[in-house]
Design a binder for this molecule. Structure first.
Ligand code: AMP
Length: 419
């Protein structure tokens, strides 16, 4: 028989890591819902055209898309990110602005799989549509910043930049291209290819050969219009007002073409892998219009779940949830009493486990120990005949018998006191 393994770039998220993921999303939901963001759930695949709006010069669109023609002849693609879907939904449903939404879920990119870089990876994120106010940019950045803090991360650096407005970005891209072309021979082969497609992305190069040329490249700041300069200054002032440390990184252009004005990235200094960006985002004024809507300003961020959890591991914070049971029911009389009692204990809000099959007392007690339950409820033939159960604290405390009807209340009490 053939046997199968996960395909490259995908992983099973096994227990107990999967519950850690859920807890991660729960913490995120608390942070952003406090700020008035509401959850949105988007389709995992859409018309390919939605994602092509991300720009034909980005690898995400040109090389990494999981696109296919479905049985109805539609050319669709698995979403590589969720901002485009949010903007498509905005144009489709006309919600009131500001529209503040958050999301969580998987994205798909055909990337070279490695530690911290997968073909199916999860993100949590927020988007706000309809507001052009630098203090909103500050709020958005501060929510990501606060979330990392709530996870317990201390070694996450915030990098900010501005790409100016559309005209500034275009003039800068032209000047940068001219500069890079004049230094083409000094660039790595990969960067020469990138230069032909998207000069801004050459700034992302981490190759040693490119370092010098990139360091001497013109800065976007020289191309800011007065309005773009004032917007960026207001963002920096706002961050300072909230006491959020940041560094201005004028080489931060971010992968996707739709970014304008404020861009930012969070980098974990605890990760020594090649992949240290744990999240990022920025303004994308123009994307809604590209998707057929009215001109609408937008801003958001996405945080990589996988990579942020790697950063948590590196900083020994936000451990996997403790999977200990509250109570373990041992029944050597055939299991019917365990069936009923466990249901009642669970109904009372406890995490109740039990053994299955006709196992001996010794074997069931062994499983009870492994479950790390606070208390065991034991029913043998003798107990059953008298309508009682033995309640045994697992920390070695005194055990006692209780009438079966009193067991649930007694156990609830013991577990409450133990926690
Ligand atoms: P992006 O949507 O490319 O701006 O990425 C935002 C964040 O998502 C990054 O900072 C990473 O943490 C995470 N991310 C992006 N691509 C991947 C990937 N292929 N595998 C794992 N995480 C990713």
């Amino acid at each position: 028989m053939p046997s199968f393994q996960t395909t490259p770039g995908t992983r099973d998220i096994l227990p107990p890591v999967a519950s850690r993921w859920r807890a991660f999303v729960d913490v995120f939901a608390v942070v952003v819902e406090r700020a008035g963001y509401e959850q949105i759930v988007l389709p995992m695949f859409e018309d390919l055209g939605v994602f092509q709006r991300l720009g034909d010069a980005t690898d995400v669109v040109t090389k990494e898309m999981y696109d296919f023609v479905d049985k109805g002849g539609r050319h669709v693609a698995l979403r590589p990110e969720q901002t485009a879907g949010v903007c498509r939904a905005f144009v489709q449903h006309h919600p009131n602005v500001p529209w503040k939404v958050w999301y969580a879920g998987p994205n798909f990119r055909y990337e070279k799989a490695q530690q911290g870089r997968y073909r199916q990876f999860d993100q949590v994120g927020i988007e706000v549509l309809g507001v052009d106010d630098p203090l909103l940019d500050v709020e958005v950045i501060s929510l990501a910043h606060g979330f990392y803090r709530d996870l317990g991360l201390r070694n996450v650096e915030l990098h900010v930049n501005s790409l100016g407005d559309t005209g500034d970005r275009a003039r800068y891209a032209a000047a940068l291209a001219a500069y890079l072309r004049s230094h083409e021979v000094e660039l790595s082969e990969e960067s020469r290819a990138t230069l032909a497609r998207n000069p801004l992305r050459v700034l992302d190069s981490k190759r040693a050969e490119d370092r010098e040329v990139v360091a001497q490249a013109p800065s976007i700041a020289e191309f800011f219009s007065p309005a773009a300069g004032a917007h960026f200054a207001a963002v920096q002032e706002g961050l300072a007002l909230l006491g959020i440390d940041f560094v201005v990184n004028d080489r931060l252009v971010r992968g996707l073409d739709y970014y304008r004005s404020t861009t930012f990235e969070f980098v974990s200094t605890a990760l020594d892998a090649a992949q240290t960006a744990v999240g990022g985002g920025g303004r994308y004024d123009g994307l809604v219009e590209d998707l057929g809507g009215e001109p609408t300003p937008g801003i958001g961020f996405a945080i990589g779940v996988d990579r942020t959890l790697l950063a948590c591991d590196a900083e020994s914070v936000f451990p996997a949830l403790d999977g200990a049971a509250d109570v373990f029911v041992v029944d050597t009389t055939g299991g019917r009493t365990a069936l009923r009692l466990s249901a009642q204990l669970r109904g009372a809000g406890l995490r109740a486990e039990r053994a299955y099959g006709a196992k001996s007392m010794k074997s069931q007690m062994k499983t009870a120990n492994k479950s790390r339950a606070v208390v065991a409820v034991i029913i043998g033939d003798d107990e059953l005949a008298r309508g009682v159960a033995t309640v045994r604290p697992m920390n070695g405390g005194e055990q006692s018998e209780y009438p079966l009807e009193a067991v649930v209340a007694t156990v609830v009490d013991i577990v409450k006191k133990a926690k």
